[in-house]
Design a protein around this ligand. Structure first.
Ligand code: NDP
Ligand code: 8X3
Length: 248
């Protein structure tokens, strides 16, 4: 039975990944800060299939302690899903809070790079699949997306760079780039504003966590000679708009 490590498995896409992988016969190392949610996943899916690891991805010491304590049956990692991440704020750059920018960079970029670096020797040994959650914001800039989009562009390009470096190792790397997915993402981004979240996803059918989890699982289930480099997925109701023009 293969094992996947999913960061940010307490909500949204990561939580849906945990369910989808268990359903498909995998074991899951589920990480996040909210211990009670990880315990609920263990309760639901079984302690033989889900191992909870409670840590903040920015806290390398706590992370390393949790990984060092992985039980025997969860110690060989066949797939890493770098999913934990967030957007904070929708303000234009000139009005944005620098602390929010730093939190996004620390979480979406630094922690992702650090965990990947730590696990790479083991991932090479197991010829693993690395699936990184970027975003359409990596490619299409939008007002108020500033640093969030920048972090996701990093994730996309880092994924492609990893592909180059890992050539010949059998390790596969994918950047998944979703559009609007209704999760806790907008609640987190707006500091808990449920109305803002409901408005954003209102009157259209957004993607949901299971939609992207199915995509992640599909990528991880390809035969060993197939690498999905990048994968952009949007709701049908979301598409592209034009440029803006500042007029006198
Ligand atoms: P959610 O807010 O629903 O889930 C985010 C997950 O990330 C939670 O499990 C949270 O766990 C975890 N997380 C956040 N910060 C930390 C941290 N410091 N330490 C540990 N875990 C952390 O959002 P989504 O499921 O929507 O987002 C998942 C990924 O998908 C993100 O990288 C996001 O950028 C990306 N994405 C989302 C899209 C969307 O429209 N929803 C579209 C494109 C990409 P906890 O709080 O318990 O620590
Ligand atoms: C989340 C999607 O369009 O809100 O990455 O940036 S978007």
């Amino acid at each position: 039975m293969k094992t996947v490590l999913v960061t940010g498995a307490t909500a949204g896409i990561g939580e849906a990944c945990a369910r989808a992988f268990v359903e498909a016969g995998w074991k899951v190392i589920a990480t996040g800060r909210r211990a009670e949610r990880l315990e609920a996943l263990v309760e639901e899916l079984g302690a033989d299939r889900v191992h909870p690891c409670v840590f903040d991805v920015r806290d390398e010491e706590a992370r390393d302690a949790a990984l060092a304590a992985l039980p025997e049956g969860f110690s060989k990692i066949d797939c890493l899903v770098n999913n934990a991440g967030l957007a904070l704020g929708t303000e234009k750059a000139q009005d944005a809070d620098l602390a929010n920018w730093k939190t996004m960079i620390d979480t979406n970029v630094t922690a992702l790079v650090s965990l990947t670096h730590k696990l790479l020797p083991a991932l090479i040994e197991s010829k693993a699949v690395i699936v990184n959650l970027a975003s359409v914001a990596a490619t299409y800039p939008y007002t108020g997306g500033n640093v969030y989009g920048g972090t996701k562009a990093f994730v996309r390009q880092f994924s492609l760079g990893l592909r180059c470096d890992l050539s010949g190792t059998g390790v596969r790397v994918t950047s998944i780039e979703p559009g609007m997915v209704e999760t806790e993402f907008t609640l987190v981004r707006t500091g808990g504003n449920q109305e803002a979240s409901d408005t954003l996803y209102g009157g259209m059918r957004p993607l949901d966590g299971p939609d992207i989890a199915a995509t992640v699982l599909w990528v991880a289930s390809q035969p060993p000679h197939v690498n999905v480099n990048t994968l952009e997925v949007m709701p049908v109701a979301q598409s592209f708009a034009g440029f803006q023009v500042a007029r006198d």
